[in-house]
Ligand binder design. Structure first.
Ligand SMILES: C[S@@+](CC[C@H](N)C(=O)[O-])C[C@H]1O[C@@H](n2cnc3c(N)ncnc32)[C@H](O)[C@@H]1O
Length: 250
């Protein structure tokens, strides 16, 4: 994605879906109320999900640990966390979660993988999960099923050699294969794109939805047609199913 800034496209995409809010609600429900929360997020990025979870989870204070390969995102998240009174401390590392034995990662009660485990092939991802089970009492993994919307993302992973990524169906199969008990809930999120969206927002949305530069037509009518193909039109919106599976392990 080089023609448009990745973060702008991602922000537009996320602003049109209730997926993050519903995932935060489900994750908060799993964690439950209490005093302090010790949490590690693998693939934390700059914390779009994590910061909302910290704000909403019914805990008085949070100690946060994050791991991501993207150094810029890590630096940005550190700055955000430093300003939050609810965060009593944090450690955010530029590292790969595939480096399973990284001794810098401290044990915490909860280990979180939000939309990040699918970047790994099944063998690597399961090795990461197994090691994480030794560090955390409960693992929560949020990942979408492989569907039409993330097909292009799966193709781009395949080009990078990740041929069996851990999307929801594959993760469930692998957990069963290794006899690891889990509970999972389907969060029935959707994307609602108002037909009144300006052309630049439609372009950003399509670019991110397809995870690559948009090569189709760029008039407003053409962009709207392309969005329309992804979902169904109702009440002035194109509605596109965007479910996510939330797994609780441990
Ligand atoms: C879709 S983003 C999710 C970010 C964050 N969890 C959220 O929901 O806002 C996926 C993140 O996984 C990170 N990632 C991908 N492969 C990784 C790896 N092997 N180790 C650590 N992070 C990784 C990417 O850099 C990216 O920040």
């Amino acid at each position: 994605m080089d023609e448009l800034d990745y973060n702008t496209c991602n922000a537009t995409f996320r602003s049109l879906t209730d997926q993050q809010r519903l995932m935060v609600e489900e994750t908060s429900r799993l964690i439950g109320a209490g005093d302090d929360l010790e949490l590690t997020s693998y693939g934390c990025g700059f914390g779009m999900f994590e910061l909302e979870l910290i704000a909403r989870v019914p805990r008085r204070t949070v100690w946060f640990q994050g791991v991501d390969t993207n150094g810029e995102a890590v630096a940005r998240l550190r700055t955000e966390l430093t300003g939050l009174p609810k965060v009593r401390g944090h450690s955010v590392l530029t590292a790969s979660m595939a480096d399973v034995a990284d001794f810098r990662i401290a044990p915490t009660e909860y280990g979180l993988f939000v939309q990040s485990l699918c970047y790994l092939d099944a063998d690597d991802g399961m090795a990461v999960l197994k090691e994480a089970r030794n560090r955390h009492r409960v693992l929560i993994v949020a990942v979408t099923p492989l569907n039409r919307l993330n097909g292009p993302f799966a193709e781009s992973l395949a080009r990078q050699g990740v041929t069996r990524p851990l999307f929801a169906q594959t993760l469930a199969e692998e957990l069963a294969r290794f006899g690891i008990e889990f509970r999972s809930v389907t969060v029935g999120a959707e994307i609602a794109v108002p037909v009144s969206e300006p052309a630049h927002r439609l372009l950003e949305f399509l670019t991110f939805a397809r995870h690559q530069p948009w090569h189709g037509g760029t008039s407003r009518a053409e962009l709207l047609d392309a969005v329309g193909e992804l979902g169904t039109l109702s009440a002035g919106h194109v509605r596109i199913p965007h479910p996510v599976e939330v797994f609780a392990i441990g």
